[in-house]
Design a binder for this molecule. Structure first.
Ligand code: B3K
Ligand code: ZN
Length: 885
């Protein structure tokens, strides 16, 4: 907890460190009721900061200082200064050694930052500023040091002792304790430090790099999970090969380790050579993890592995540059997942997520640029904007430079900056230098917040046979940024004739047509492109593959959208046309509901989806995606003021109507796929994911018809599936159905069967938290009393509270404000012991501007109540105060 008002930190105030740390030697003595940390820092004055020896202020929080030495001489208290955030010394020479000993309390560390215990394990989480809770240090990413770490602990309770780098020795000491020493030869910032101690088992494998070095691979888990590691191991090996093939990046140490822990604030952490993972991002096997969970494991294993180059070998100069490593690494993992599965489906899922959640962040009080220029608490900036929009920005570079040009740029970036802490500008400079281009204007994507709007209009001149597209871009004001300059917006497009064939694209002024698919670079506030040789008026397919993170508007008619759904050669845009059609139809229904009229659905959507469903040539995953109506959260995001009840009623009406109209086709595809599932052992592969995705969405529609044969099918699938993907969907449709007896029985048998598996119980909580039937809040409150629930475990909080407030919009936004009050109470509770989780859970309340005035008042009142509740962490303070500003 802070003792003073939290301060804003600005990018413009960045200064290089006064001192550097060349070597860090750490010794940890772990005990049950405290731990001791001895640090020896070999330091020198930073030559870049000139002459003189200013005071040396080491960061340190929640540390009990036992002793401090300068060049081997113990300092009396008069020779140093101690506050609750710093230890300040006065070096007498340009090179010197600092020794400190501190006492800390991992066993009571509930914030899960620094060194803490998770069950019977010790583990660490240092990014961004957790290392200062372990020892006094220059805890900033531009101070890079080599580390040697010795861990000493009880041999019986903690047989496995791990840290970064390579193991160099181990042995017993007195009293049943033992030690192990690790050496990491690569310079790294303190945020990449890691330590683990515990009774862990591991699965082992090896990987031979392309230069023929053998790397030992180990995944460490608690003994009961040893049978759930193979998928992560396969994913790791695929990632290592892919990064060599796609980016020319090879692994560098002799060993690469992953450790799974149950209590973790986020997904995983890329500590050098010793990744620490939330168990939910490692453990996966058919019986206990869904297809989505399998894909998430694959993506996160890859993401953390890829950080070894994009983040570790080349790191960030300061935390404002976070997207340098995160945006780039998300882009890298998305490319990997696309290659391992279906690229179109991966893109659809990423775009749907970005448009629903990042666009909402960009339109809210916490909106910030991909490279923010100020923050109070850096933990609040591990955001969708830094990660997902950051990845889109890198993706636009890839689109503009082409795969080859992009690779030349990334090669130059890694070669030029290996071992350095650099900035987003350095990344762009490498792309510029490798390709001989000027990206000055492009860099506005890093500094300007907000989602640009791109309005497109067309003009066809039959006499001249020309077709013009005019693009007008604008970007809404965001907190602290009123004026925005034009962005560089790459618009990938094609033009279709009346038969759905792609036309050659001949821009006026060019000597010949250049292909049938190309990327226009829109750089001005308003800009027109004219195509020649257009014998008929074409239909444009715009922003293919979502080539820029913008809100594009083109006045498509519903018939044109249906045409694109059938004919566009770009798979992403076929889906997109279907979504736009569905949005138009849903918006009609929303209007009807608001006017108190009977709801009547445009039959064109039914017809379009009927033809999708009947298309046996189409990838089944695509069929499933096309059948998924835009979510309530997305419909909220695109509304000026969202009408929660009308959105829910309209969407449910549409689902019901589709279920009834398409019943036969849905039932046929459901049965066909379920038969294959029954006859096929579970495989975590794209075509199997696709089959189950279609089967499951069909089941969720079918269940809305309430037919006895569908109930029987759901029960059959629930009882007899060999995998969690089918079982959990069956449970979810039962939970959302009116069949109370079957529902209760299924929930009870599921809980009984999986009571010892916390990750499966998380899914059990989530399914119920997401149930949109009336009474949602009461159900969630009751579930909080369940013995498997605890607020101390972040996964549990996300599974129950996060799912309720983030996904069960009709219940969370209950008009009486009960959902808001409940969430605020929880945030106040969480703030006291885990500020990062508290601040994350607060997000739904920050979106108050989207709702009607009555709800706005209720939401603001709860934010106000949090603000004045007392001892606020800087995490919660920042979000609450910005939301109310
Ligand atoms: N780099 C970590 C995130 C750390 C978050 C600290 N609050 C995981 C990742 O993005 O790979
Ligand atoms: Zn990352």
């Amino acid at each position: 907890m802070r003792t003073e008002q939290p301060k804003m930190i600005y990018l413009k105030d960045y200064q290089a460190p006064e001192y550097l740390i060349d070597e860090t030697h750490l010794t940890f003595e772990l005990f049950e009721d405290h731990s001791l940390v001895h640090a020896q820092l070999v330091m020198r004055r930073n030559p870049a900061r000139g002459e003189g020896l200013p005071p040396l202020a080491l960061d340190g929080q929640q540390l009990e200082l036992l002793s401090v030495k300068l060049d081997d001489v113990e300092l009396p208290p008069a020779d140093y200064q101690l506050t609750d955030s710093h230890l300040t010394l006065r070096p007498q020479r340009a090179q010197f050694v600092v020794d400190t000993s501190v006492k800390i309390h991992p066993e009571t560390n509930t914030a899960l930052e620094g060194l803490y215990t998770s069950g019977s394990l010790f583990c660490t989480q240092c990014e961004a500023e957790g290392f200062r809770k372990i020892t006094y240090y220059l805890d900033r990413p531009d101070v890079m040091s080599i580390f040697t770490t010795t861990v000493i602990a009880d041999q019986h309770k903690y047989p496995v002792l791990l840290s970064n780098g390579n193991p160099v020795g181990s042995g017993p000491v007195e009293d049943g304790r033992h030690w192990a020493t690790w050496e990491d030869p690569f310079k790294k910032p303190a945020y990449l430090f890691a330590l683990v101690a515990g009774d862990l088992w591991c699965v082992e494998d090896t990987f031979t790099t392309r230069s023929n070095r053998e790397v030992a691979l180990r995944i460490y888990v608690e003994p009961e999970n040893i049978d759930k590691c193979q998928h992560a191991m396969n994913s790791l090996k695929k990632s290592m090969r892919w990064d060599e093939d796609t980016y020319g990046r090879e692994y560098d140490l002799d060993i690469f380790m992953i450790v799974a822990v149950n209590d973790f604030n986020m997904g995983a952490m890329e500590n050098k050579g010793l990744n620490i993972f939330n168990s939910s991002a490692v453990l996966a096997r058919a019986e206990t993890a869904t297809d989505a969970a399998h894909q998430r494991v694959e993506a996160i294993v890859a993401h953390e592995y890829f950080h070894n180059w994009s983040g570790n070998r080349v790191t960030c100069r300061d935390w404002f540059q976070l997207s340098l490593k995160e945006g780039f690494t998300v882009f890298r993992d998305a490319g990997f997942s696309a290659d391992m599965n279906s690229p179109t489906v991966k893109r659809i899922q990423d775009v749907a997520y970005l448009r629903t959640h990042q666009f909402a962040e960009d339109a809210g009080p916490m909106a910030h640029a991909v490279r923010p220029d100020s923050f109070i608490e850096i933990s609040n900036f591990y955001t969708l904007t830094v990660y997902e929009k950051g990845s889109e920005v890198v993706g636009m570079l890839h689109t503009l430079l082409g795969a080859e040009g992009f690779r030349k740029g990334s090669d130059l970036y890694f070669d030029r900056h290996d071992g350095q802490a650099v900035t987003c500008d350095d990344f762009i400079k490498a792309m510029e230098d490798a390709n001989g281009v000027d990206l000055t204007q492009f860099k506005r994507w890093y500094s300007q917040a907000g989602t640009p709007r791109l309005n497109v209009t067309e003009h066809y001149d039959a006499a001249k046979q020309t077709y013009s597209l005019t693009f007008a871009q604008s970007c809404p004001a965001t907190p602290g940024q009123t004026e925005k300059l034009p962005f560089v917006i790459p618009v990938a497009l094609g033009l279709l004739n009346a038969n759905g064939e792609e036309l050659p694209l001949h821009l006026q002024g060019e000597s010949a047509a250049v292909g049938t698919h190309r990327v226009l670079s829109v750089t001005e506030a308003q800009q027109t492109f004219t195509f020649t040789g257009m014998a008929q008026q074409p239909l444009p397919s715009l922003l293919r593959g979502f080539s820029a993170p913008v809100k594009l508007h083109f006045p498509y008619s519903r018939d044109q959208l249906m045409f694109l759904m059938q004919h566009d050669t770009d798979g992403f845009n076929r889906w997109e046309a279907g979504q736009q059609l569905a949005v138009q139809v849903l918006q009609d229904l929303i209007g009807q509901h608001q006017r108190g009229e009977a709801l009547v659905m445009d039959p064109r959507l039914v017809a379009a989806l009927r033809s999708v469903l009947g298309n046996e040539q189409l990838d089944q995953a695509m069929v499933a995606e096309m059948l998924s109506l835009p979510g309530e959260a997305y419909l909220t995001e695109i509304s000026e003021i969202a009408d929660v009840d009308a959105i829910h009623a309209a969407r449910e009406f549409a689902r019901q109507h589709l279920a009834e109209s398409l019943h036969e086709a849905l039932w046929a595809r459901y049965q066909a796929n379920r038969e294959v599932s029954k006859a096929t052992p579970y495989v975590a592969q794209a075509e199997h994911f696709a089959r189950r995705a279609l089967q499951n969405i069909a089941l969720s529609y079918l269940m809305l018809t309430g037919k006895p044969q569908v109930l029987a099918a759901a029960l059959e699938q629930f009882e007899h599936s060999d995998n969690m993907t089918e079982r959990l969907t069956a449970l979810a449709v039962l939970v959302n159905s009116p069949f109370d007896a079957e529902k209760a029985k299924a929930l009870a048998s599921f809980a009984e069967h999986f009571k010892d598996n916390p990750l499966v119980m998380d899914q059990w909580f989530s399914v119920q938290a997401g149930c949109t039937l009336p009474g949602g809040l009461e159900r969630v409150k009751a579930l909080m009393q369940h013995p498997a629930f605890t607020l101390k475990n972040p996964n549990k909080v996300r599974a129950l509270i996060g799912a309720f407030a983030g996904q069960n919009l009709i219940n969370f936004h209950a008009a009486d404000g009960s959902g808001y009050r409940f969430l605020a109470d929880l945030v106040i509770q969480l703030n006291a012991f885990n500020p990062q989780i508290a601040s994350r859970q607060l997000a739904p309340l920050t979106r108050w501007r989207k709702y009607d005035s009555a709800r706005q008042a209720l939401m603001k009142a709860e934010l106000e109540r949090i603000r004045t509740c007392g001892d606020l962490s800087s995490d919660v303070f920042e979000v609450v105060s910005k939301s109310l500003a």
